[in-house]
Design a protein around this ligand. Structure first.
Ligand SMILES: Cc1ncc(COP(=O)(O)O)c(C=O)c1O
Length: 411
């Protein structure tokens, strides 16, 4: 699309936006004066679907009226209602996904299965500057197995003077580590730079050297079009409180490729992973469900899942294809306006990206504080980045235009 820097152009874009009616399906925050803020922070926490309350109230009512009887046929199967929407979201077969726990917990559970180092194959690869929780998780897993992170952790760093990883360099490092590489765990989209990785190519390279390949999709789920099954990814996990708008601490989803479902290697077991036919017989022997559900440990966090059900209903109705198309356009427009009118702002995010642009702005933190005072909700990440992430379901092109005008004045 050829963009223009004018209000009349912005109006045209908003009028022809196929998702223009979706903003009213979300609670849009207001400032102290009662005016709508400019919410550009879906990389951190998505907005509340208006239906979330009634979804929660429904379960509270069941609990109020039926007590434990709500379990039978309802809560014991609650997570199953999220299986088909989650599968469509990440491009998986229904048997390959389940929603359970929180993200870092799931990363640990997946690494228990997919990082089983031996004397000769014990390395795990992550991006340098991965989200700290991933870094801590991976290093603690290495230590758990009696190895040393200094020897076993391979960190992918950009070339000197560059901020972004080159795919060729990632593939080269995978090949160089070859037989010693046990597991690769990268973000689908890096939380800091907003760079989206070529998950298909990375998986292919990882599989060709015999490694397990997994992705932390915290910044990719509900943002990018994903095709985990076809890309042959071994495992993945994501949270649902960012682009997926399921609310703070909402539960995480996992993907495990079907070729691993009859897994006889290590996993941490619990009763919710037990064969559903015999789960309530309460026997001592663990007979895992032969799908991703077999990795569940505890019974489902029903209340957290209700808000995810509310938001997934909206995602299902709008469709990820349309959401992604608008994501590309609205982020492209943000990039255009910045390049057009703010030559001293550096966008470190490459073209391979989701909806987030990471900006290095002259004045740095001071400018961030100023725009925050002017009711722009975005976030600051040390040492020098302002992250801006429009959401295709509730941000308008006018939001983007106003944001850039305020940023210009604040600089
Ligand atoms: C890329 C990434 N990984 C992991 C996490 C940690 O998620 P949680 O606190 O839900 O475990 C986050 C949180 O923002 C994240 O952005």
């Amino acid at each position: 699309m050829i963009y223009e820097n004018s209000l009349s152009f912005v109006k045209k874009l908003d009028q022809s936006d196929p998702l223009r009616f979706y903003r009213k399906k979300f609670h849009y925050p207001k400032n102290k004066k009662g005016n709508e803020v400019l919410y550009l922070c879906s990389n951190s926490l998505g907005l509340q679907p208006k239906t979330a309350k009634e979804f929660i109230e429904k379960e509270l009512n069941v609990w109020e009226k039926d007590g434990v009887l709500g379990q039978h046929g309802r809560w014991e199967k609650f997570h199953e209602r999220l299986i088909h929407p989650s599968a469509r979201l990440v491009g998986a077969k229904p048997s390959e996904v389940v929603v359970m726990n929180a993200l870092t917990v799931n990363i640990h559970l997946l690494l228990i299965s997919f990082y089983q180092p031996t004397k000769t194959r014990n390395k795990i690869m992550i991006e340098k500057g991965a989200f700290p929780s991933d870094q801590y998780a991976v290093e603690s897993q290495i230590r758990l197995h009696g190895f040393n992170p200094k020897e076993c952790l391979v960190e992918l760093a950009p070339r000197n003077g560059e901020k972004i990883l080159r795919t060729d360099d990632i593939l080269k490092t995978i090949n160089e580590n070859g037989d010693e590489l046990c597991t690769i765990l990268l973000g689908g989209v890096n939380y800091y730079t907003g760079q989206a990785f070529d998950m298909k190519a990375i998986t292919e390279a990882g599989k060709s050297v015999g490694a397990f390949v997994g992705f932390d999709l915290a910044h990719a789920a509900g943002n990018l079009l994903l095709n985990l099954h076809e890309w042959n990814v071994d495992f993945a996990a994501w949270c649902s409180y960012k682009y997926l708008c399921a609310g703070p601490g909402a539960p995480s989803g996992i993907f495990i490729h079907e070729r691993h479902h009859d897994w006889d290697g290590s996993r941490l077991a619990g009763w919710w992973g037990q064969n559903k036919q015999t789960r309530f017989e309460m026997g001592p022997e663990f007979d895992p469900i032969q799908t991703a559900e077999g990795w569940q440990i505890s019974n489902s966090p029903v209340m957290g899942m209700t808000t995810l059900l509310a938001s997934m209903e909206i995602f299902e109705e709008a469709g990820m294809k349309v959401i992604r198309e608008k994501g590309i356009e609205i982020t492209g427009y943000l990039e255009y306006l910045i390049q057009n009118s703010l030559p001293n702002v550096t966008i470190i995010t490459p073209n391979e990206r989701g909806c987030q642009l990471s900006l290095v702005v002259p004045g740095g933190r001071k400018v961030f504080d100023t725009i925050s005072e002017k009711s722009i909700i975005c976030d600051w990440r040390e040492p020098d980045v302002i992250r801006i992430a429009p959401h295709p379901l509730f941000n308008t092109f006018l939001d983007i235009f106003c944001f850039v005008e305020i940023l210009k004045k604040s600089i």
